[in-house]
Design a protein around this ligand. Structure first.
Ligand SMILES: [Zn+2]
Length: 113
């Protein structure tokens, strides 16, 4: 059972990597990533996002053809492990076209959100 849960946690960003329990969403924020469709460059360095993300409150604030970034902070109710997920997507009408996702588990984004 433990093994199965560990295997599954690879596919679930909201599963604690330490005790393999489901984590709670602690915070959810929306940002605009000033990059245009057709010119997307993948960045895995958290510093890039801290420098470039612009806080928005609704997807309507994001101009057409510009990327959005959802930040999810997860917290494990059992061991307090925290993980921050960056989900980069292109809002196309009502659909979110997923482009990239990064999971930071060592507090890399803690001084930003
Ligand atoms: Zn945990």
């Amino acid at each position: 059972m433990k093994f199965l849960r560990k295997a599954r946690s690879i596919f679930h960003d909201d599963w604690c990597s330490k005790c393999y329990e489901q984590m709670d969403i602690y915070k959810k924020e929306l940002y605009m990533l000033p990059m245009m469709v057709g010119h997307y460059v993948s960045h895995s360095n958290p510093e890039y996002y801290k420098k470039n993300l612009i806080k928005v409150y609704t997807k309507k604030e994001i101009p057409i053809g510009t990327y959005a970034c959802g930040i999810y902070v997860y917290k494990c109710p059992y061991c307090n492990h925290k993980a921050t997920k960056l989900s980069i997507f292109l809002p196309v009408r009502d659909v979110e076209k997923s482009e990239d996702a990064f999971l930071f588990e060592n507090g890399e984004m803690d001084d930003f959100i």
